[in-house]
Every structure is written in structure tokens, then in C-alpha cells.
Design a protein around this ligand. Structure first.
Ligand code: ANZ
Ligand code: ZN
Length: 859
């Protein structure tokens, strides 16, 4: 049977590639390196379409680069610590490690079925002791560098289960996912990484990343949130204390009508008067149970209360009230704000609600200071009511005011970042234990390197109640101090799983090293990642943390580059056809597509007609397409071709069965084209001299089509990864071959061969099968990517479109080299020209070289 049977050939080639070791990084160090990386998956148990798309994109790039002569590292691993495994243990009694490794095995098999050219020798799982040993070692590097420290911080506390909750375990109403209890805030001593030390470099080095989407760089810059302003001090009346505020608008300081402290601010107690004490204490308690999100939400009213205390505006000598309010955050700036209602939107709202004075000190150029304000005027402008600074514009005013404050000794310029230190402690089991032992005499003592890894104990009970399982296991917790031998206790917090994924790309370069985190020579050789591909949901934290780790490890002398990822591609979502009942609200409105007749979609419960949209595939909407279903029906190559053809990689992709069929038909067409040719020809060897000097016009045209395809496909994939247009070019070439009237010419043979080689990165299995049917004995994936012959691109003849008054009236073949005068002559002498132009006054002739000629005529 000579029909295209994807299932049998895909299995065969996957086996063969494996035996040949084609997916492994080439040992030939004369070749330039190329590191292609997909964001590694969380082992949830099954692969979804988003994974398939992500890994297909990276795989095409890896295969292409191999053919272009690079030694390519294309690894895969598992981001395997995290909550779901622990929840499975709580719900079903399966140990987290068992659950995780089962899922990994299942997903590895699914990945291998996709025919991805992954070097499985480099596989890592972050939950394995040979990996987390080095995660712990890196923690100690941070500790030694003074970049890991402990401080008190608020956690989500479930008062019924007596346990700490992750943010994901708290619903939008602030209740625990398990117990339903109203979640409280509780202060715990926790570990932090000092990412703020690197804020400036993390911001500046975004400039070194031209290969990143602007959008992602902007998100990172906003997250770091650098602002330049001033630190100003307001003395407290009747005390030697001063309230320091951070402001980005020192030019508004003459408009301050009050000072606000965060409720947690240490000066709150001191400034509160006796009459206000009870009210202030109640307010502080109330706010302490709100999350930061609740406190700062735009739409919530700003709540606050006067302390009764007063401060002095050092610029005016005026006494102003001191308030506390929920919208002032203790962790940002100084935890205190000068309130300028006329020029800050939040202060305006607050002042209106609390009846505080509003004093205009900035007006637009030529504006009127006495006109009442409808809303805060937040733009820059000209200073008024500001003593000696009147008449200055905001920029000069800021400078002059800060200079003055500095001279008087009550302020100075200050740069502020929104970025905070990274809270890495998790009161969880399934993570890398923090390698610290707390000794009553020595304090926090690092676990000696020779004792790493601090292994997760296995005899653990999972109840979801009463704190971390590690903390309850006294045999594990109680150890002698490594320093002095005194009975001491292990740290029972584990590390945020973002730490595991902040360095896995480094480990891939030397995944099996038992003695070192990695060999610096290997990391420096293979890093940075040349192309990173993953979801936009990681635009901020994962990428920022990875950049931070890279810089810290560089400063520890472990590697020699500044940035881990040269180029970044954030692929779009895979969307499925989604049904919903417009008469229902919330989650109830989605109707899973397997319950719907696509010809007459109705709500199975009510019989009401449904509406359809495309939405990101998800379990909750029941709109997913299982990768294995598609693969069983059409094969992997078709699935890949569809995914690549349907949309450019960074755009969302609408899953459409008809278009999948379309790609299947295309591969069948290529199959017939190549197998028919292979059947009819004796020797596959191509006579280069005959190809390069084809005689007939038919051959010349075909050769132009072939080399145009090489040029276009290469360019489409090179810069912008426009795989969709690259596949269109392959279709054009296939059409040109189908139509070619020179099937026994060596040019035709060149065309068939080129088509198969160009197809290889996109549809690797069918390409290799066809390659062998053409009589080759090596794998098509070891072929060199073809170069186009620019001589072949030059056309002898072009089709000249003739327009009269901008209206197309016909077209004629003309020599490609004809100049403007000649083109005019050809057009006038043509049938079209005679019919429309004879006897007319020609007023103007417009020529678009190589394309068209347009005659403007008199009436
Ligand atoms: C007075 C003022 C007048 C302000 C004005 C703005 C406009 P960014 O740019 O995000 O850094 N602020 C300072 N610390 C705060 C805190 N802990 N909690 C809440 N708000 C705080 O924002 C800096 C501005 O945010 C500061 O400038 C301060 O309000 C406020 F016409 O000071 B401004
Ligand atoms: Zn000790």
C-alpha cells in the first residue's frame, strides 16, 4: 500500500532517530552552539494543546538550526515541586513523590509521541534530590552573599485548619478553599531573597534584550517600578520625632494639608492622642486583616481616621493633622505620605470624604488658581501659592524645592523602586527544604555542603491541618547544631517553586554533574539560551527571577554572562470552540462541547439555544481538544502543520477541525507528488550542471519557484518565526511542482528534493520517509539547509498589468529588463492598448516597474 499512513511511519522514525542519537547535542565544537528552550512543564499528568503548541514551535527552531549547521541543545525537564502534589496527598493519600513521578512518566511518553527532537539525556526534575541538592547549594550561595535573610511578614492564616495558605488557596471573598474560614493575616518570621539589590541592573539590562517583545520588557520595567522623587521630613508637634515621607511630587509641597501614616507605622502609637486611642486601635486591627489588594483597590473607598496628633510642614511652618489610612502601605517608600488633595487622585477622594482642605499649588500654563477643582489636577504645570517658587514649572520647581530642602536639612532626592524583596518561604512539604539549622546559641547555621541535600522525609502524614507536615515531624526537625552540637532545629519552611525554575536552564547544560551545580565551562559555552519560548503568564516573575539568579551567580564567579535569555517568544493561547448559555451567569453558563450537537447547540438542562465563541481551552469551559485524539486521527505531522499554519506563534490560535483536515490533505498531496516521482525515476542523483543552466522557459520558471521557496521559507523562519507564511510557501512550491510540465527534467528532481528538505523541520516524520523513498540512506534531518541561488530568482519575463485611468484592462508578458519607454511601447502595441487607447489623448503614464503601467487619458 503506497498511501500515506502517519501512525506507522511516525513510530518507525521516532525509533530510528533515537537509535541514531539525532536529538543529542553534537560533540563537534567547531560548530556554533544554539540553545533552544521551551518553558518546562509542571507535571500535572496530561499534556494539553498549549504544551503541544509551545514545544512544536521550539522543535521547529531546533531542527532548523541543526540543519543550518549548529550544535543544538534542546532539553526538557519537569517543574515538579508544588501544591497540587500535596493536595493529591491530602485528598487521596498518594505520597507527593509517587503522584509526581507517575505524572512525569505519563507526560514523557506523550511528549515522545510528538516526535520532538529533545535530548532526553539532559532531563531534570526539580523534585529529585540530585536537583534540589543544588537548589539548596544555591540558597547557601545567596546566604553567604548576604542576599538571603529573615524578617517578619504577613501570611494568609486559616484559623480553622490552623495552617498557612498560599494566595491561590484564598478565594476572591477572602475565604479558605478547604475550610471556608475567613482568612486572617498573621505575622511569621520568613526567608527573603534580596532582589532589590539588583533592581537597578534588572531594569537597565532590559536594554540588552532586543530579542524580547517590547510588551514583556515594559511589564518588567513597570514591575520594578523605578521612580525618582524626594524624601521629606515633617517634625511631629510636641516630640523630637519626624515623619519621613516619600513623594514623587515635591513640587506640590506647599499644597500639603495633612500627613498619613500606614496603620502599621511605628510612629502611629506615639502621635495618637488619648481621645483617639480606642478608635485608632480598632481601625488598626481591622486593616491588619485586609490584603494589600483590598487596601489599594481603585474602586474601594479610602478609609482613614485622625490620630489627633499634628506635624509641621517644614516649608510653611504650618501645623497639619496626622491621619492613618488603609491606602498607605507600610512596605512601600517610608510607609508615610504627604497628602496633597489638589494634585493626587487618591488624596482628592480622601479629602472630599473626610472634609480636609484642598489647596491648589499647580496650575496649567495660563490657568487660574482660584477656580474650584472638580478633580485632582495631576499634570505638571506652573507653581502658585508656593512662596519663592511661584512661577516655576513643575520640573524646575521639583529641583529647586529638593535643593532647598537639602540645604535646610529636612529632605533630599530619593530613588524608589516598587520591587520588593522576594518572600521565598513556604510552610509546605513538597518543595526544597531551606538548608538552615536554628541553634539556640549560634542562631541560623547553614547546613554544611557535605550534608546536602537536606532530603524530604518520606514517613509524613498529610492532613491539610495544623501546619506544615515537616514541622510536625520531630524526628526530622530535631538535630544537633552543626557548629556547636547543641540540640537545634531544622528550618521547616521549603522554598518557593519559582526558585527551582530560576536556574534549571543552567543545569541543562550539565545535567548529570554530581560534584558541582554545573561546570562553569559548560554553562559559559552553551548559555545564554538563544531562543526561549513560553507563555506570556511568565512575563514577569519567572523571567525576572531567572535574570536575578543569573546576575547573582555571575557575581559569585560561577558564570560569565549578564542575561540568561537572548531572545524570547511568548506564544499565544490555543482557543477552542466554546458554548455558553447567555441566560445563565457565572461558571454555570459554559456547556462542555461534548454535550452539544454542533448543528443545533442547546443547553442540555434547559433546552435553550446556546451561543458560541472561541476561548482559551480549559477544563472549566469544557472546550478542550485532547492532543492524543488529533494524533490518533491524523498523525503528529498534521497536528504540527496545523498549529504552525493556523496563526503566527505569538498570536492566539483557534482550533478548527476543518483546517486540520486541510493540512492532512496537503501532506497527502506532497506524499503523492513525491512517491509518484520516486516510482518513475531510476537514479536520485541530480546533475548540477543541467540544473543550473536550464534550457526551457518551463524549467526556468520552475527553478525560480524552487529558489523563491528556499529564500522565502528561510527568511520567514529566520527573523520573525513566521511559520504560517513559510508553510504557505511550501504549498506554493508543491503547486508549482504539480503544474510543472517538465516532470523528467533534473530541475523537477531538484524541486521534489527541495520540497522534502524544506518540509523536514515542520513535518519531520513524513519528510524522512519521503527522503528515503527518494533513495537516500541518511536522515533528512542531517541534510544541510539549502541556500537559494540568486541567479535563479531573476525572471526573464514578467506579467505587465495594463490600467486605463486606474482600472485594470488586461496584462501582457514583457521582458523583465524592459525600461519605462519600452514598457510604454509594448503596452501601446498590445491588443489591450489598441482597444482602449487608439485615438485618445494620453495625458500621463505611470509605471510601477515589474508590475504595472497606468494611462491617464483625456475625455
Ligand atoms: C505627594 C504627592 C502629590 C504624590 C501629588 C503624588 C502626587 P510611585 O510613583 O508609584 O512611586 N506614596 C508614597 N508612599 C506610599 C505608600 N507607602 N503607600 C501609598 N502611597 C504612597 O508613587 C509615589 C507616590 O505615591 C508618592 O508621591 C506618594 O504620593 C504616594 F500631587 O506624594 B505622592
Ligand atoms: Zn550552635
Amino acid at each position: 500500500d503506497s498511501r500515506y499512513n502517519p501512525t506507522s511511519i511516525e513510530e518507525k522514525w521516532q525509533k530510528t532517530w533515537n537509535e541514531l542519537g539525532l536529538d543529542k547535542i553534537s560533540p563537534d565544537t567547531n560548530k556554533p552552539k544554539y540553545y533552544a528552550l521551551s518553558m518546562f512543564p509542571y507535571p500535572s499528568g496530561s499534556l494539553h494543546m498549549g504544551h503541544v503548541r509551545n514545544y512544536t514551535i521550539t522543535d521547529v527552531i531546533a531542527r532548523l538550526k541543526r540543519m543550518q549547521g549548529y550544535r543544538v541543545l534542546h532539553p526538557m525537564g519537569w517543574d515538579a515541586f508544588g501544591l497540587p502534589a500535596e493536595n493529591a496527598a491530602i485528598d487521596r493519600g498518594v505520597p507527593p513523590s509517587k503522584w509526581t513521578y507517575q505524572n512525569i512518566d505519563q507526560m514523557r511518553q506523550q511528549l515522545q509521541r510528538l516526535g520532538l527532537s529533545i535530548d532526553w539525556d539532559c532531563e531534570v526534575a526539580t523534585c529529585s534530590p540530585d536537583y534540589y541538592k543544588w537548589t539548596q547549594w544555591i540558597f547557601l550561595q545567596f546566604y553567604q552573599a548576604g542576599l538571603a535573610y529573615q524578617k517578619e511578614a504577613a501570611v494568609n492564616w486559616d484559623p480553622i485548619d490552623q495552617t498557612v495558605l498560599a494566595n491561590e488557596q484564598v478565594d476572591s471573598e477572602g475565604r479558605s478553599w478547604r475550610s471556608g474560614a475567613k482568612v486572617e493575616r498573621k505575622l511569621l518570621r520568613q526567608w527573603f531573597f534580596k532582589i532589590t539589590d539588583y533592581a537597578e541592573e534588572l531594569l537597565n539590562d532590559l536594554e540588552k534584550l532586543p530579542g524580547w517583545p517590547e510588551r514583556v520588557k515594559l511589564m518588567q520595567a513597570n514591575w520594578i517600578g523605578k521612580s525618582t522623587g524626594a524624601y521629606l521630613e515633617f517634625p511631629v508637634v510636641g516630640s523630637s520625632e519626624k515623619i519621613g515621607v516619600y513623594t514623587t511630587r515635591p513640587d506640590t509641597v506647599y499644597g500639603v494639608s495633612y500627613v498619613v501614616l500606614a496603620p502599621e507605622h511605628p510612629l502611629t502609637k506615639l502621635v495618637t492622642t488619648a481621645e483617639q486611642q480606642a478608635a485608632v486601635a480598632a481601625f488598626v486591627k481591622e486593616v491588619s486583616n485586609q490584603s494589600e489588594l483590598e487596601r489599594t483597590a481603585e474602586d474601594k473607598p479610602k478609609r482613614g481616621i485622625p490620630t489627633g496628633g499634628k506635624a509641621i510642614n517644614p516649608f510653611t511652618g504650618e501645623e497639619i493633622p496626622i491621619w492613618i489610612a488603609d491606602y498607605v502601605l507600610y512596605e512601600y517608600g517610608t510607609g508615610a505620605v504627604m497628602g496633597v488633595p489638589a494634585h493626587d487622585a487618591r488624596d482628592f477622594k480622601f479629602a472630599k470624604e473626610q472634609n480636609l482642605p484642598i489647596k491648589v499649588v499647580i496650575v496649567p500654563e495660563g490657568g487660574d488658581a482660584s477656580a474650584p477643582l472638580e478633580a485632582a489636577y495631576t499634570e505638571p504645570g506652573v507653581l502658585v501659592n508656593s512662596s519663592q517658587f511661584d512661577g516655576m514649572n513643575s520640573t524646575d520647581g521639583k529641583k529647586a524645592i529638593v535643593e532647598y530642602a537639602e540645604k535646610q536639612g529636612f529632605g533630599k532626592e530619593r530613588v524608589q523602586y516598587r520591587l520588593r524583596d522576594w518572600l521565598i518561604s513556604r510552610q509546605r512539604y513538597w518543595g526544597a527544604p531551606i538548608p538552615i539549622i536554628h541553634c539556640p546559641d549560634c542562631g541560623a547555621v547553614p547546613v554544611p555542603v557535605q550534608d546536602l541535600p537536606v532530603k524530604l522525609p518520606e514517613d509524613v502524614e498529610f492532613t491539610g491541618r495544623g501546619g506544615s507536615p515537616l514541622a510536625k515531624l520531630s524526628s526530622w526537625v530535631n538535630v544537633p547544631c552543626p557548629n556547636c552540637g547543641t540540640p537545634a532545629k531544622r528550618e521547616t519552611d521549603t522554598m518557593d517553586t519559582f526558585i527551582d525554575s530560576s536556574w534549571y536552564f543552567l543545569r541543562f547544560t550539565d545535567a548529570k554533574n554530581e560534584h558541582q551545580v554545573f561546570d562553569s565551562a559548560k554553562v559559559n559555552d552553551l548559555m545564554p539560551v538563544d531562543q526561549y519560548v513560553g507563555g506570556i503568564e511568565h512575563a514577569i516573575l519567572h523571567l525576572l527571577y531567572s535574570r536575578f539568579f543569573t546576575k547573582v551567580l555571575r557575581d559569585r564567579g560561577l558564570l560569565n554572562f549578564d542575561e540568561p535569555f537572548q531572545r524570547l517568544l511568548t506564544q499565544g493561547m490555543v482557543q477552542g470552540l466554546t458554548y455558553f448559555n447567555p441566560n445563565k451567569g457565572g461558571k454555570d453558563k459554559w456547556v462542555p462541547s461534548h454535550l452539544v450537537d454542533p448543528n443545533d447547540p442547546r443547553d442540555p438542562q434547559t433546552g435553550e439555544p446556546l451561543q458560541r465563541i472561541y476561548a482559551t481551552m480549559s477544563k472549566s469551559k469544557g472546550n478542550g481538544v485532547a492532543p492524543e485524539d488529533v494524533i490518533n486521527k491524523y498523525g503528529v505531522d498534521t497536528a504540527r502543520m496545523f498549529i504552525l499554519f493556523k496563526a503566527p506563534p505569538e498570536k492566539d490560535l483557534e482550533w478548527d477541525e476543518a483546517d486540520v483536515e486541510g493540512q492532512f490533505r496537503f501532506l497527502n498531496r506532497v506524499w503523492r507528488l513525491v512517491t509518484e516521482f520516486a516510482k518513475n525515476q531510476s537514479s536520485p542523483k541530480i546533475d548540477q550542471s543541467k540544473i543550473q543552466n536550464p534550457k526551457s522557459k518551463i524549467e526556468k520558471d520552475l527553478r525560480r519557484a524552487i529558489h523563491t521557496a528556499i529564500k522565502e521559507v528561510s527568511e520567514d523562519v529566520e527573523d520573525e518565526y513566521q511559520f504560517n507564511t513559510a508553510i504557505s510557501e511550501l504549498m506554493k512550491l508543491s503547486n508549482a511542482l504539480t503544474d510543472a510540465n517538465c516532470k523528467d527534467s533534473p530541475v523537477y528532481a531538484e524541486g521534489i528534493e527541495t520540497l522534502v528538505v524544506l518540509l523536514a523541520p515542520f513535518a519531520p516524520h513524513i519528510a524522512d520517509e519521503l527522503w528515503h523513498l527518494l533513495g537516500n540512506t541518511n536522515s533528512v534531518h542531517t541534510q544541510t539547509w539549502p541556500q537559494y541561488d540568486s541567479a535563479a530568482l531573476i525572471a526573464d519575463e514578467i506579467n505587465l498589468v495594463i490600467q486605463i485611468m486606474g482600472k485594470t484592462r488586461g496584462a501582457i508578458p514583457v521582458p523583465a529588463q524592459a525600461d519605462k519607454a519600452e514598457l510604454e511601447k509594448y503596452a501601446l502595441e498590445s491588443e489591450v492598448g489598441k482597444r482602449y487607447l487608439e485615438g485618445k489623448e494620453i495625458k500621463k503614464v505611470i509605471v510601477v516597474p515589474g508590475k504595472l503601467i497606468n494611462f491617464v487619458i483625456g475625455q
